[in-house]
Design a protein around this ligand. Structure first.
Ligand SMILES: NC(=O)c1ccc[n+]([C@@H]2O[C@H](COP(=O)([O-])OP(=O)(O)OC[C@H]3O[C@@H](n4cnc5c(N)ncnc54)[C@H](O)[C@@H]3O)[C@@H](O)[C@H]2O)c1
Length: 335
């Protein structure tokens, strides 16, 4: 079968991971990369002996790709995703899908009316540790899942973070939309259940920009599982852990690659052996190719990406109102 011709739009920090993924994928022909910053585009293109462009529209017109990967700042996701869809390209757009729910809606309309497949890059669910955790939840061997707690702490205001991330007009917000959207995805995916209610408390103590630097989130799913997600982006803090607590045991995820289990036969937490595709970006890409081939929705569809934007909107509303916020649209789309 002919390989899928693919391009990458944006040659910033995460772009090389996508380029490498596409380059290594047996069903893909990596064609070109574009960035308004010529030297970034040329530098990355030279690593893979592909073409470099400074105008992504010109690139798509010239290269006629089957799929475009969008790794642009958040405020440009909508424009690029809609434009690519209208050119007949399938799209993988990095997370968060867009700045807000309305933008997600418009992207989904464009993908639907153009008949293309669109996936959103919430790739953390493809980590083997996450896949295994979901299998264990669904097996019922630890009883009923009661709650999730997640702690992600790290320097959000580090000097090497591109400035647009810290400008709300270009990013849509700070740690809550950027890191919190991964947390919402994991909660919804692991529990196969949408978040329906949120109580959020944010702080704005970053020395640069106008976005929140911490978020304390209490969320509830439609299956009545509660989650407490603590995100802190201030200085000299380090943590990346998630605990899943059941009626008969516990799972602990340390970083992205270590899973521990506690149950009635073990005296202490023990490591769980992991299987499957170790590269989450490769697994995400294969999921999109399979969806295109089979004519079905990818694991992380545009409708699902919009469901995350709906929770993120509730997070910001809850912080502003000081009250618990119902998630608009919850119940209207499947997880
Ligand atoms: N999945 C993950 O784990 C993960 C990790 C990092 C970033 N991301 C997401 O990836 C996206 C990009 O993040 P990043 O850290 O790579 O940002 P970045 O700022 O490093 O890269 C963005 C690039 O887009 C380019 N650009 C801006 N306007 C352009 C235009 N009109 N045409 C072409 N290029 C343009 C910039 O010059 C820059 O090189 C964001 O959505 C971010 O949230 C995801």
């Amino acid at each position: 079968m002919k390989p899928y011709r693919a391009v990458v739009i944006g040659a910033g920090i995460i772009a090389n991971t996508h380029l490498q993924t596409l380059h290594q994928n047996g069903r893909t022909e990596l064609a070109a990369v574009a960035d308004i910053n010529r030297s970034r585009a040329e530098q990355l293109a030279s690593n893979y002996a592909i073409a470099a462009y400074t105008d992504y529209k010109e690139m798509v017109a010239a290269e006629r790709p089957d799929i475009a990967v969008i790794t642009l700042p958040h405020f440009l996701h909508k424009e690029a995703a809609i434009w690519c869809a209208r050119q007949g390209c399938h799209v993988l757009v990095e997370k968060p899908m867009a700045m807000n729910v309305q933008e997600c809606f418009e992207i989904n309309e464009a993908a639907r009316s153009s008949g293309v497949t669109l996936a959103v890059g919430h790739m953390q669910r493809y980590y083997p540790a996450m896949v295994k955790a979901k299998q264990i939840i669904e097996s019922g061997r630890l009883g009923r899942l009661i709650m999730m707690t997640e702690r992600r702490w790290g320097d959000y205001f580090a000097v090497n973070r591109p400035a647009w991330f810290l400008n709300k007009a270009q990013s849509g917000g700070g740690i809550a939309i950027n890191i919190g959207s991964h947390s919402v995805d994991k909660l919804q995916w692991l529990t196969s259940s949408r978040v329906t209610k949120v109580k959020a408390s944010l702080t704005f103590f970053g020395e640069r920009g106008d976005v929140e630097g911490s978020a304390n989130l209490l969320m509830q799913t439609e299956s009545s599982i509660t989650a407490n997600v603590a995100l802190s982006g201030y200085h000299n803090v380090m943590m990346n852990e998630m605990d899943l607590l059941f009626t008969d045991g516990q799972l602990k995820l340390e970083g992205s690659h270590k899973l521990w289990i506690g149950d009635k036969i073990r005296k202490s937490l023990e490591p769980v052996e992991l299987e499957g595709e170790p590269d989450a970006f490769q697994a995400q890409w294969d999921d999109l190719l399979n969806a295109i081939e089979r004519g079905c929705e990818p694991g992380i569809s545009g409708a699902y990406g919009q469901s995350i934007a709906e929770v993120v909107a509730a997070i910001y509303h809850s912080h502003e109102s000081g009250a618990e916020q119902a998630v608009e649209g919850a119940g209207s789309s499947a997880v």
